[in-house]
Design a protein around this ligand. Structure first.
Ligand code: F6R
Length: 574
């Protein structure tokens, strides 16, 4: 969360390019944004609340500039809490992605030492801590190293040093990547924002990068020793995803799902097949993910149990600690993550590695942290997913496991195309749901993760409380909520038809309107969306209907489809 982009240029360069870079990073947070640049030996900052709406016209040229788009953690959404943050002298500016866990202790110390703290952020404290060390005669670089070692938690910081005209970047957990070109050098949270960089260097945890007029240098934060770094050519990296003919990235990403699956079929899952071979040899197989990726893990788990005939479980990365003591060398971890930067997932990987487990992953973002720390990594090849709500990556995550298990995807591709062509079928349903505050989505067995994912899409995109749940669980409590105003979507797979129709009847008997997503129109359904494919394709078809439904409700409610409130695409804080 939070996006960082900065440059040091050999010649003056329009500072507005930082704004353009921030636009590409806005998916990481859009509560507020800010830019600091060097002008006439002074640091000048602008800050705005909310999304990056209109390009500033009054930004000058500068050789040094740094920007930040914020997802608020410490302190409300105010200009004062926006980054960059400054020290008391105004000479040190910095931007930050992460959470400083020993914030209270550091704030108490600084307040006692009479620093003028003007924001509620944890970020500002770092500027004051650096200031103190510089006042005592330390170089900024040494001060950044020492202060960074005091910070607890996962943090990425970029400090602007106006005296020596340079940027100092340091990180643990949250990503930072350097971009190199003949005209300017860059630092950013994501490759996407690296300007016209020709090569990149990936900053690892515990490394500090200096971008100065002498070029780029990386040192070890602990001992200050220089670290030789590999430079990667930018050519084969997709830097930007354009919206093209679509009204939103959500629409684009839902519509490109058939092409994503075609690509997955062509690539034939070389790495995922290796992961499945490893799974056969291991005693324990644990899939790990968050949000949508966790639900894709649940889908895969059901299939792996059937195929491997052994215990396979899916664990929420944020709940991984419960299982850590059971891990050993005969454990295979399969991480699912679109961004490859989700901090809960990275934290789980570190703990699993310490126990000797083998780490494998299914990742969409190239050069991401999870890809780098995995023993085997299957790339999703989805192309950049920009909408905060995941769609194509979920369908792709399901598909790569299917490819490895020998399932043919060709009919699935045709059926998704058919659904996309017939998406108007959901219009009356979307209208009906858009007037409600609650929605229930019921599934069993293989359809339970789809019910959960569908509910998540509806929540994120329409702000309607949607509850995805196991049909069998209804009578254990939730049925108390069902009345004649309720709408229940019932997901019926071939293997659970009778049980799901029973769930449909239970809610219908209490007056609920029942929408069936199923192979056949049944009497219990008031409304019906068809699944046309064979058993292996049922989940994908159902989820595409639910994605379209969420998109339409979002549209009817005139909400932002790409940037739902309070969320960010890449969750790099715990
Ligand atoms: C929901 C959504 C999130 C992510 C979750 C994990 O639409 O996008 O729930 O799935 O934050 O993100 P990744 O897959 O990047 O680890």
């Amino acid at each position: 969360m939070c996006g960082i982009v900065g440059y040091l240029s050999h010649e003056e360069k329009p500072v507005v390019s930082i704004y353009q870079g921030l636009k590409k990073l806005e998916y990481r947070g859009y509560d507020s944004w800010g830019i600091v640049y060097l002008k006439n030996k002074r640091l000048v900052a602008i800050k705005e609340i909310g999304k990056l709406k209109s390009e500033p016209t009054n930004l000058p040229e500068s050789v040094l500039a740094l920007g930040h788009t914020r997802w608020a953690t410490h302190g409300g959404i105010t200009k004062a809490n926006s980054h960059p943050q400054f020290d008391c002298t105004g000479n040190i500016a910095l931007v930050h992605n992460g959470i400083i866990e020993n914030y209270y202790l550091l704030k108490k110390e600084l307040t006692q030492r009479k620093h003028k703290i003007v924001s509620d952020t944890d970020t500002e404290l770092v500027a004051h801590l650096i200031e103190e060390k510089v006042e005592k005669g330390m170089t900024i670089e040494e001060a950044v190293r020492q202060v960074f070692r005091r910070l607890k938690g996962y943090n990425a910081l970029v400090v602007m040093d106006k005296m020596q005209k340079r940027l100092l970047a340091v990180k643990t957990g949250s990503p930072l990547i350097l971009g190199l070109s003949k005209k300017a050098n860059y630092i950013a949270s994501d490759i996407n924002a690296l300007g016209e960089a020709e090569e990149l260097i990936i900053l690892l945890d515990g490394e500090l990068a200096e971008i100065s007029e002498n070029g780029v240098r990386v040192i070890n934060v602990s001992d200050g020793r220089e670290i030789p770094k590999q430079r990667i050519k930018m050519v084969e990296i997709e830097k930007e995803s354009e919206m093209g003919e679509y009204q939103s990235f959500l629409e684009k990403e839902i519509n490109e799902q058939p092409q994503v699956l075609e690509r997955i079929v062509q690539e034939d899952g070389v790495q995922i097949k290796k992961i499945i071979t490893l799974a056969k040899k291991m005693d324990k197989v644990i899939l790990v993910g968050c949000g949508t990726s966790y639900f894709a893990g649940l889908v895969a788990t059901e299939k792996l149990i059937k195929k491997l005939g052994k215990w396979v479980i899916t664990v929420l990365a944020s709940e991984f600690d419960t299982y850590v003591n059971l891990l050993d060398e005969k454990t295979l971890i399969i991480v699912l993550t679109q961004s490859g930067e989700t901090i809960d997932v990275l934290d789980a990987i570190i703990k699993a590695k310490q126990k000797g487990a083998t780490i494998t992953s299914v990742v969409n973002a190239p050069y991401s942290s999870v890809q780098r720390v995995s023993d085997v990594c299957q790339m999703l090849s989805c192309g950049m997913e920009k909408c905060v709500a995941s769609t194509k990556s979920f369908v792709a995550q399901m598909a790569v496991f299917d490819i490895a298990l020998g399932i043919d995807l060709n009919q699935r591709i045709k059926n998704i195309k058919w659904i996309l062509k017939n998406k108007n079928k959901i219009n009356p349903l979307a209208k009906m749901i858009s007037q409600k505050q609650h929605l229930f989505i019921l599934g069993r067995g293989k359809m339970l993760p789809i019910a959960l994912e569908g509910a998540l899409k509806i929540k994120e995109l329409s702000y309607i409380h949607a509850e995805g749940m196991a049909g069998g669980e209804l009578k254990h409590g939730t049925l108390a909520l069902i009345d004649k105003d309720s709408i229940c979507i019932v997901l019926v797979s071939k293997e659970n038809t009778n049980e799901m129709l029973a769930s449909g009847l239970e809610v219908k008997a209490r007056g609920a309107t029942v929408i069936g997503i199923a192979q056949r129109k049944e009497n219990v359904f008031d409304e019906f969306l068809p699944i046309r494919g064979k058993e292996d394709d049922e989940q994908t078809e159902a989820v595409v209907w639910l994605q379209l439904l969420a998109e339409k409700i979002c549209d009817l409610k005139r909400l932002d489809p790409d940037k739902p409130r309070n969320l960010a695409k890449s969750v790099t804080v715990k």
